[in-house]
Ligand binder design. Structure first.
Ligand code: PLP
Ligand code: COI
Length: 342
């Protein structure tokens, strides 16, 4: 195990690890998997990823469990979402078995960076696919590079499982109504940076974006989905312009398992007045409970958690999700892939 790391206080940042794994699609087929120690990419300056945004990525995590086993959470869902993102940007979809094999290799090769059980940290797995062919005309690449890198991480929002504040601002859109919101492509994140910076300046950790067509419904929350507890139900936005979150899907299932009703539907801004709990959810965010939602344009503040404590349903969901990932609770839905470390 890497000795120089302070596992309990890791930021959500890039810490260099030993290896990354790569595979190139060229001449109509995927080549051999390469293992490299280099964290650099050599590429043509006219590559389509650099000029025309043919770039997609994923985010998933590996956890060291109580029993010493290492589990990757919902790998198949990330593999299939990455294929959907590739199709959305006219890129070559990575076969699911290649995605799986490379994830397992990257985790195993960097085993000494998997945080210990009890540290609260995890090994973040970041698959990346980029168009490599040079082109000045706007068209899809014929060559693609698929890389999986890993890095140990702590919580995304510095409050971890503590309340954070977010804000609504109507002057920004992250994506277009029928644009790329449901794909995990870099352009969506570039388009969110100015809004995110503005939110930080106002003391909030993220923007709760509204639907880009009518600005009437809640969409998603910075780099995470959004949920609220309204009338005891788990309510989360249904929208074509948000990323289908693997974590949110898991939380909806866990809520049902706990006999909590789930609604995936449009949520209007003023319904926030009835929310007793709310959270941002995602691989990086896990569940980040929300204290106050500030509507900057109207000046209205929705005090979701006046005592700044995570609510009972968010806590129960967080605890169950963590327990499944750490091998402390039965994996009833078959979400974990156990990494063979021998
Ligand atoms: N929404 C956005 C924009 C994201 O970047 C993420 C992170 O991946 C999510 C939602 C949450 O998705 P997941 O739970 O699959 O990580
Ligand atoms: C994730 O939750 O995996 C993300 O990709 C969010 C962000 C760090 C981009």
């Amino acid at each position: 195990m890497s000795s120089e790391l302070d596992w309990k206080h890791l930021p959500f940042g890039y810490y260099p690890t030993d290896y990354n794994v790569r595979c190139t699609f060229k001449d109509g087929k995927w080549g051999e998997i390469e293992v490299t120690k280099s964290d650099k990419i050599e590429m043509h300056m006219a590559a389509t990823s650099l000029h025309y945004g043919q770039e997609i990525f994923e985010g998933l995590k590996a956890f060291r469990g109580k029993d010493g086993k290492v589990r990757i959470f919902r790998l198949e869902d990330n593999a299939s979402r990455m294929r959907s993102s590739a199709e959305g940007l006219l890129m070559e979809p990575v076969p699911e078995d290649l995605f799986r094999k490379m994830c397992l290799m990257a985790v195993k090769l960097n085993e000494r960076f998997i945080p210990p059980y009890g540290s609260g940290a995890s090994l973040y797995i970041r698959p990346l696919e980029i168009g490599m062919s040079p082109s000045i005309g706007v068209k899809a690449s014929s060559e693609y590079l698929f890389i999986i890198m890993v890095t140990p991480v702590g919580p995304y929002f510095k409050t971890g499982f503590g309340c954070t504040d977010i804000c609504i601002m109507r002057q920004y859109d992250r994506v277009a109504p029928r644009g790329t919101g449901r794909y995990k492509c870099g352009g969506n994140y570039a388009a969110s940076l100015v809004a995110g910076e503005h939110a930080h300046d106002l003391g909030c950790s993220a923007v709760l974006f509204l639907d880009p067509k009518e600005k009437k419904y809640l969409d998603e929350c910075g780099p995470a989905n959004f949920f609220a507890i309204i009338d005891g139900k788990y309510v989360t936005p249904k929208s074509d312009s948000i990323l289908p979150s693997v974590t949110n899907k898991a939380l909806m299932q866990l809520a049902r398992d706990m006999d909590i009703e789930v609604e995936e539907r449009h949520i209007t801004v003023d319904e926030l007045a009835n929310a007793t709990e709310a959270g941002a959810c995602g691989t990086a965010a896990v569940i980040s409970p929300i204290g106050t939602i500030r509507d900057i344009d109207t000046g209205k503040n929705y005090e979701i958690s006046p005592d700044r404590k995570p609510g009972p349903i968010s806590t129960a969901l967080y605890d169950r999700l963590s327990a499944i990932r750490l091998g402390e609770y039965p994996d009833e839905h078959n979400w974990n892939t156990i990494v063979d470390l021998d």
